[in-house]
Design a binder for this molecule. Structure first.
Ligand code: PAF
Length: 279
């Protein structure tokens, strides 16, 4: 069973104890409700470090008042069981007062990939909350390496940019999206989908794959995106965006640089995001 740590002092003692033994320590930040995608982050962490800390904290500052903070799935006992099965050494599960003590007044302010006109349009304060909590987790843990899923591709770009800009001494590693057999990207929020919505949801990934194939075969990006946007709407989604961007900064794609296709769309009450490489 992993040791469960709830204070910054206990977390630091665990990490420094491992480091004096010459070990590298990985941090896998999560909000719990763990699924196979999180487990794969732990498996990737194993290749980069000999000890892994998984943090579980549902961060209130990255949810707008209209979003699902109160109903976000919380499955702590099951999470610990899953982490135990993959040999995680420690879980960091602080409470809100530890992360945001009374009087807390400092946040990370972002530009660049955080203002790319993707998630930030619908969720204008989301990345400030994400970056602030992740910066705190980095400085609290002083981990050598931190793992994030490519599923939240804009989040990964924001965190890479922040770590570079603030000279945070942590290596950021992105891990591939884990998918269900029918292509749906794994997400803690997939539990919100009804049976009928769940059957419909993989259309998003299928349409993205077809669109990327058309672009690879020589179609112009906008010529390929336009019918795909319509196809997503016809499949029953309310589309936020379907875009092709530069994979590093999420700006307009540059010739010869890697491109990423990103989508966000709502199916009934559940907002789904996904992305795939274009090349
Ligand atoms: O991706 C998530 O689960 C969260 O945004 C993160 C990185 C744990 C910060 O709360």
């Amino acid at each position: 069973m992993p040791i469960v740590l709830s204070t910054i002092a206990a977390l630091r003692a665990f990490v420094s104890g491992r480091r004096v033994r010459g070990e590298r320590v990985a941090l896998v930040p999560t909000m719990g409700a763990l699924h196979a995608g999180h487990v794969s982050l732990v498996e990737v962490a194993r290749r980069h470090a000999s000890a892994t800390v998984v943090s579980i904290f549902v961060n209130p500052t990255q949810f707008a008042p209209t979003e699902d903070f109160s109903k976000y799935p919380r499955t702590f006992e099951g999470d610990i069981r899953k982490l135990s099965e993959v040999g995680v050494e420690a879980v960091y599960a602080p409470d809100v007062e530890t992360m945001y003590p009374a009087g807390s007044a400092t946040t990370v302010s972002l530009k660049g990939p955080a203002t790319a006109g993707l998630e930030d349009v619908t969720r204008p304060f989301h990345f400030d909350g994400v970056a602030t909590i992740v910066a705190k987790l980095f400085t609290q843990s002083q981990a050598d390496v931190a793992l994030f899923g490519e599923k939240d591709f804009q989040q990964l770009a924001v965190i890479r940019r922040m770590a570079a800009d603030l000279d945070l001494p942590v290596e950021i590693v992105g891990a591939p999206t884990v998918r269900e057999a029918d292509g749906l990207a794994m997400s803690s929020r997939n539990v919100y989908l009804s049976q009928a919505e769940r059957a419909r949801a993989p259309a998003l990934h299928r349409i993205m794959q077809e669109t990327a194939a058309a672009i690879r075969a020589g179609a112009g990006v906008e010529d390929a995106l336009s019918p795909s946007r319509q196809a997503i709407t016809e499949a029953g989604f309310a589309l936020d965006y379907l875009e092709v961007r530069g994979a590093n900064d999420l700006g307009p794609p540059q010739p010869g640089s890697p491109r990423r296709m990103l989508v966000a769309a709502t199916l009934a009450a559940t907002r789904l995001i996904d992305n795939i490489p274009v090349e």
